[in-house]
Design a protein around this ligand. Structure first.
Ligand SMILES: *Cc1c(COP(=O)(O)O)cnc(C)c1O
Ligand code: SF4
Length: 324
């Protein structure tokens, strides 16, 4: 299971507000929840954005374990999106036409309590010895044109270990787009891929899309703004996906503010996901009717380009299904 990198955590704690880190860690450790398979974890930068005066802080709720995670809920299971049954090669998920996903790293810098991957047997599926198999598969499948690096979080790998994989993908002629799905740029911008990645980005023939994962405007900071600016200067397209979460962003005001704050930092809203029904996350669920009403209000309140698509992942469907 994901382990904290001691070096990163320590240097971040030095840089950021140690008192907040301590207080949140204490709160997290006091929860007598059976979270051993998905322990508390949050980067210092993310915690520096928390408002400790607010007991309902939308960032804290995403990371502090709750006893509600132990509740077994009918209809919520361990592999809600069917990923475990779609693996010709461990760590390689080809569900949709033209694009396939590679689990580049088993780790995340943050453990989002609602995560659908919380029960995923990462270690079995992200072993680097499968990378070569995945590359061979991609070389042989000309129907693919886009490779998505995902996880866990691909940016939990160093640039040095990720770039050889990226180079191999770049060498495959029928691949024209590299997409990276990462929450690191938002929750820990100082450890996001930077120099070496940007140098590569400057001269690659590939289109690069970075899908960040931001659920609330409070997650954005000056640091994220600077990072996104650098990415934009290197022609990296920036999109955001969020998950609709009860008590975190399930209001018109929060969602509107999120879209506007993202746009201000040059990130376009892409998806607003309905929660994957993973065991332990039921207390975050927003029902479809409420979700649709919120989405309708967003349409009324925002220019079309700032309204994310409201979708749900349904196992076996050929694309993310719109909620209608
Ligand atoms: C979400 C997802 C994609 C990407 O879908 P888009 O609609 O193109 O964003 C690709 N592969 C897998 C396995 C996914 O879960
Ligand atoms: S960063 Fe993404 S994959 Fe990792 S725990 Fe959070 S939601 Fe899950």
């Amino acid at each position: 299971m994901p382990q904290a990198s001691k070096k990163t955590v320590q240097s971040e704690i030095d840089t950021y507000q140690t008192d907040k880190v301590d207080q949140v860690s204490l709160a997290a450790s006091q929860v007598a929840s059976s979270t051993h398979d998905f322990p508390y974890r949050a980067p210092a930068h993310f915690l520096s954005q928390v408002d400790l005066q607010n007991p309902e802080d939308p960032l804290l709720k995403q990371v502090v374990p709750s006893k509600l995670e132990d509740v077994t809920t009918l209809g919520f299971n361990i592999d809600p999106v069917g990923d475990l049954h779609k693996n010709p090669i461990p760590g390689f998920i080809h569900k949709y036409q033209g694009r396939a996903l590679l689990i580049a790293s088993p780790k995340c810098d943050i453990h989002c309590r609602y995560c659908f991957r919380r029960h995923f047997p990462y270690q079995e599926h992200s072993n680097r010895r499968y990378w070569d198999k995945a590359i061979t598969h991609i070389e042989n499948d000309r129907s693919l044109n886009e490779i998505i690096l995902s996880g866990g979080d691909p940016m939990s790998l160093t640039e040095k270990s990720a770039l050889p994989l990226i180079h191999k993908i770049e060498q495959i002629a029928h691949i024209d787009t590299l997409r990276i799905h990462s929450r690191v740029p938002v929750v820990s911008p100082n450890s996001a891929w930077n120099q070496a990645f940007l140098e590569w980005a400057e001269q690659t023939r590939l289109q690069i899309v970075l899908v960040v994962h931001c659920n609330h405007a409070n997650e954005l900071s000056e640091e994220t703004e600077q990072l996104f600016q650098q990415y934009r200067q290197h022609n990296i397209h920036l999109l955001n996906q969020s998950v609709l979460l009860k008590g975190v962003n399930d209001s018109v005001a929060a969602l509107k503010q999120l879209s506007k704050a993202l746009f201000k930092q040059a990130v376009m809203p892409y998806y607003l996901h309905q929660l994957d029904k993973v065991q332990g996350a039921a207390h975050f669920e927003v029902d479809d009717k409420t979700a649709q009403q919120l989405h309708l209000e967003l349409r009324k309140n925002l220019p079309g380009y700032l309204v994310p698509k409201l979708v749900r992942e349904i196992a076996g469907e050929p694309f993310k299904s719109p909620i209608t």
